[in-house]
Design a protein around this ligand. Structure first.
Ligand SMILES: C[S@@+](CC[C@H](N)C(=O)[O-])C[C@H]1O[C@@H](n2cnc3c(N)ncnc32)[C@H](O)[C@@H]1O
Length: 236
């Protein structure tokens, strides 16, 4: 068949790629890449792009991966961080083991999830907190958005509790209600905050990643403010 007579897409349109077809084509590309490289999901390429762009990964780091299953981010971490790294991962769902990754099956919304993480970290500060947490979608936009924002907030809370000074965080967020406040929260706690949309993230998804660089510990500032506001300080 001469090339110009070949249909260009399954809908048979010669000159125009259907939008949905184009999306699926692109996503297939990442799925195929993931298969070829042995990653458990296309999500590996999202972290790879963020990590390269914002220089997030260094050998020997301590990293916590929240919402880790099926495990492609952990696979990438294992490849890039070397044997001396500490990688702790948590998910509601089970995850097939990955050598060198300490996996906790638990719900981050429950105290037991946070307690299990804190037990594994045993007081060790974290260099990088990753969160690819996403709720099961119900199809009701407002409810899904609220659940996503809540998971993002839990990830920030965890990061604030565990990051070392100067540490970094990558937290998935969904654009929509509550996004601006969420971004503001990140801006309070990090020197720089970037909103990133990696190529492997579907265009039609409102998913983006907030990359916080340079964690600043504000607890001493707020402790001092509390002291200044206390009755004894005011009476002086
Ligand atoms: C997009 S997937 C993560 C993909 C992963 N980054 C990878 O590379 O394979 C989101 C994950 O968040 C998990 N999740 C959602 N809510 C959670 C919660 N409350 N506690 C723990 N994990 C949760 C889901 O079970 C799901 O596995």
């Amino acid at each position: 068949m001469p090339l110009r007579n070949k249909p260009l897409n399954p809908a048979g349109k010669k000159h125009k790629f259907g939008k949905a077809w184009m999306h699926e084509h692109v996503s297939d590309h990442w799925v195929q890449e993931a298969k070829a490289k042995g990653y458990r999901s296309r999500a590996a390429f999202k972290l790879a792009e963020l990590a390269d762009r914002d220089k997030l990964l260094r050998p020997g780091m301590t990293v916590v991966d929240l919402g880790a299953a099926p495990g492609s981010w952990c696979q990438l971490l294992r490849e890039r961080l070397g044997p001396s790294a500490t990688i702790v991962a948590l998910d509601l769902l089970p995850m097939d083991p990955i050598a060198g990754v300490q996996f906790i099956q638990s719900d981050l919304r429950e105290d037991s999830g946070l307690e299990a993480l804190s037990k594994r970290l045993a007081g060790r500060r974290v260099d990088l907190v990753l969160s690819d947490l996403a709720p099961n979608l119900s199809g009701v936009d407002a409810a899904d958005q609220a659940r996503s924002v809540h998971l993002g907030e839990l990830a920030i809370e965890f990061a604030v509790r565990w990051l070392r000074l100067g540490g970094d965080a990558v937290i998935k967020a969904f654009q929509g209600a509550g996004f601006a406040e969420f971004q503001h929260q990140m801006q309070i706690h990090f020197d720089k905050v970037y909103v990133r949309k990696p190529k492997a993230s579907r265009d039609r998804s409102r998913e983006v990643y907030l990359v916080g660089k340079g964690f600043r510990d504000l607890s001493s500032v707020s402790d001092n403010l509390k002291k200044l506001a206390s009755p004894s300080a005011r009476g002086r």
